[in-house]
Ligand binder design. Structure first.
Ligand code: ATP
Length: 431
């Protein structure tokens, strides 16, 4: 056990480090906790815990830190997996504590303190799918003590696996009712606090993000830990298609029989499995493309040892040359429907999504591949391929989406309006 402090009366310490079998040595100090008073703060391999000092059985008044009700006798804990940042803030007076130990030995009344904030998350009490921000401010009269704590906490959170360091962000300013940019401005401080580098592109037209994703080199893409979409389902699918269109290689499914007949009549028989060229890795099993699902072309849910991931994982029949195992896709909801976010996080909350991303929380995502065979003899060559993460529409649904674009100014209600209009047109669709 290592004691960090300046040797003030309450901080009398015999600096020592307890280290078991290479584990993170636990550290302990007396610090001042905003709104609580003097506490003994401990750091161990799992996280932080603290307990108020100098209280008696009668001192059972309550206060709140990290949104948790504290009584003077209760030890409070937060795991490193739920901490995303720690930072030194301007010195100044700590808030007068609620607990009677506020006038403890660490601090004379009105003393100036150096302070650091631990930024964490916790589940909302009213909706367990939501993260809420939770902060805790610790103080000490000695700057060096604060700095040592900041470094120790940073060392520990940097060891958390799967957290991104560098992200490519696309913002659709017209998402929903034009709230993409505002949504990004709301969550951007979470990324900067967590020291995640971001390269932000605000699109200037439909198809802009597709073009960037389709043309970016694998080398550049792999300098990022993932792509984050600030927008709705349509925008996410656009980026997904840009990402996969030139990178996902897999045999096509068999062509429909009517297509084959029609093609034969035109003396133009295509072999549906006459697949996409340039698949040099076809038979080489990429160690990053583990799958637990049945062998079929395309993407499937995957599980890696002891955890799930939301990186699109291809089966052995398909090639998805991503050297970066941790490459992930993220969405911060700003759209009209946001079905993908609701399905993957259980909530439609930009802050929850941003926190999931900086904390490296992942979930698998199935991707559907839609192959559109062309029927004209002039269209020999690869069929048209699309990818979808939430749904693929044809006929009535396709018409509704197309029509709804004329009423984007209405916001989400445009789908109801366009749906009614297209329904009343009473079109027929061949399937
Ligand atoms: N700058 C832009 N100007 C016009 N259209 C854009 C721009 N950027 C992206 N788009 C297009 O806007 C379409 C819809 O965007 P998005 O999915 O973000 O919002 P939404 O349609 O309101 O939400 P949802 O898809 O959840 O219903 C996307 O298909 C995308 O191609």
């Amino acid at each position: 056990m290592e004691r960090i402090g300046d040797g003030s009366s309450a901080d009398i310490s015999h600096p020592s480090t307890t280290e078991f079998g290479g584990e993170v040595p636990s550290v302990s100090s007396n610090l001042f906790l905003d709104h609580v008073g003097e506490v003994v703060l401990n750091l161990n391999s799992d996280g932080l815990s603290w307990k108020p000092v100098g209280t008696t059985h009668n001192d059972m008044s309550e206060c709140t830190c990290l949104g948790i009700k504290l009584t003077s006798k209760v030890e409070t804990k937060i795991k490193f997996s739920n901490i995303y940042a720690v930072e030194l803030i301007n010195g100044g007076l700590v808030h007068k504590a609620v607990l009677p130990n506020s006038g403890g030995c660490l601090l004379g009344r009105g003393s100036k303190m150096y302070r650091f904030v631990v930024h964490g998350v916790q589940r909302s009490k009213t909706n367990c799918s939501l993260w809420v921000l939770a902060t805790c401010t610790f103080g000490h009269t000695d700057l060096q003590t604060c700095q040592v704590w900041i470094n120790r906490i940073n060392d520990s959170i940097n060891k958390e696996v799967g957290r991104p360091k560098n992200l490519l962000i696309f913002v659709n300013p017209l998402s929903g009712k034009g709230k993409g940019r505002r949504t990004w401005e709301t969550v951007a401080p979470i990324f900067s606090r967590a020291k995640v580098k971001t390269k932000v592109t605000v699109t200037d037209r439909a198809g802009h993000a597709f073009d960037v994703m389709a043309s970016i080199t694998d080398e550049e893409l792999n300098s990022y830990n993932g792509v984050v979409v600030v927008g709705g389902d349509g925008f996410f699918n656009e980026i997904l298609n840009g990402l996969l269109s030139s990178r996902h290689k897999a045999p096509y499914p068999p062509a429909p029989t009517d297509f084959v007949h029609l093609a034969e009549n035109n003396n133009n028989v295509y072999d549906a499995n006459d697949t996409i060229p340039e698949t040099p890795l076809q038979n080489e099993r990429d160690p990053l493309l583990e799958s637990s699902g049945p062998s079929r072309p395309g993407f499937s849910t995957c599980r890696t040892e002891g955890r799930s991931c939301n990186t699109a994982c291809a089966d052995q029949d398909s090639i998805f040359p991503f050297p970066n195992e941790n490459f992930s896709l993220g969405i911060i909801p700003a759209g009209s429907t946001d079905a993908i976010v609701i399905c993957t996080t259980g909530a439609r909350d930009p802050v929850t999504s941003a926190l999931d991303i900086v904390l490296g929380k992942r979930v698998c995502l199935d991707i559907a591949q839609v192959v559109i065979w062309r029927k004209t003899s002039s269209s020999r060559g690869a069929p048209s391929v699309r990818y979808a993460a939430s749904f693929a529409g044809y006929g009535f649904f396709g018409d509704v989406i197309k029509e709804s674009e004329n009423y984007r100014w209405m916001g989400p209600i445009r789908y109801d309006f366009a749906g009614t209009k297209v329904f009343l047109e009473h079109s027929k669709y061949e399937v």
